[in-house]
Design a protein around this ligand. Structure first.
Ligand code: BGC
Length: 259
């Protein structure tokens, strides 16, 4: 039986970060551990780092749920896409790989889905009914869709084709940095993106996450769209918190076994 807190681990392009999560407060139960993502971030190399993060926290020995995020589609424990990660992730049975390695149940989910769950339970979208879309603006654009609080997993609306381009290659925050765009210049691209998103989905609320959301006052007011659009509030904690929530939900649904 689980006696400790669930552990959330967020695998990003530059860092792999983990922390036990207090599901009552929706915050970290201990200081998070961050380790650089290996330069060649193959599944095996990333699994080594995840194992180090897991071993750092006592929670795991008590059979607590472990949730891990990956920046790609994860369907039934298998990674299906790798837009911004090493191509060797495609087809990787990541849940099995980690479970064999850790001798512990693991739930692996898409990073934007996890961030969305964090924001829905404890952050900017808390208490919002209806259709809520979270977008994360970072290296790529991640999306999470919720209808009446239920996640529709693995939406990949950062890859909408707009004017012949994959949207994230024009409007991700990494593109703003790479091309040296000002906030008003970048906002013009976001305007096109969010207008298309709302025309296709008709959400009741759009939440904007990713590191750049801390500067939301510099670009969200420039957008002219019909849907209320607000910044995320959990910042870089959202993925870890959401992964812990999802792993806990999976453990309740399927029961638990630990080696
Ligand atoms: C990937 C998504 C991911 C997003 C944010 C996109 O390129 O396709 O799966 O959620 O980046 O990391």
């Amino acid at each position: 039986m689980s006696t400790g807190h669930p552990l959330g681990i967020d695998v990003g392009g530059s860092g792999i970060k983990g922390a036990p999560v207090d599901l009552v407060t929706g915050d970290f139960a201990q200081k998070r551990l961050r380790i650089d993502t290996p330069a060649i971030s193959t599944p095996e190399a990333v699994c080594d780092v995840i194992a180090t993060v897991v071993e750092h926290f006592d929670e795991v020995r008590s059979g607590s749920p472990i949730g891990v995020t990956i920046p790609g589609v994860v369907q039934h424990g298998v990674v299906k896409t790798a837009a911004n990660i090493h191509p060797s992730w495609i087809g990787c049975e990541i849940e099995k790989l980690l479970e064999d390695r850790l001798q512990h149940d693991v739930v692996v989910v898409n990073d934007a889905d996890a961030a969305g769950v964090g924001e829905l339970h404890y952050g900017a979208a808390k208490g919002h009914e209806g259709l809520v879309v979270l977008t994360t603006l970072g290296t790529g654009i991640g999306t999470a869709i919720f209808n009446e609080g239920v996640l529709v997993p693995n939406s990949e609306l950062g890859h909408l084709e707009i004017d012949g381009y994959d949207a994230e290659t024009r409007a991700a925050s990494s593109v703003k940095t790479r091309e040296g765009l000002s906030y008003p210049e970048w906002a013009e691209r976001l305007q096109v993106y969010y207008r298309r998103l709302e025309d296709l989905l008709w959400p009741d609320l759009i939440v904007v996450g990713g590191g750049v959301s801390k500067d939301a006052d510099q670009f969200l007011p420039l957008l002219d769209i019909r849907t209320p659009i607000i910044p995320a509030v959990l910042k870089n904690k959202a993925g870890i918190i959401g992964a812990a929530v999802l792993a806990t939900a999976a453990q309740r649904k399927h029961g638990t076994h630990t080696a």
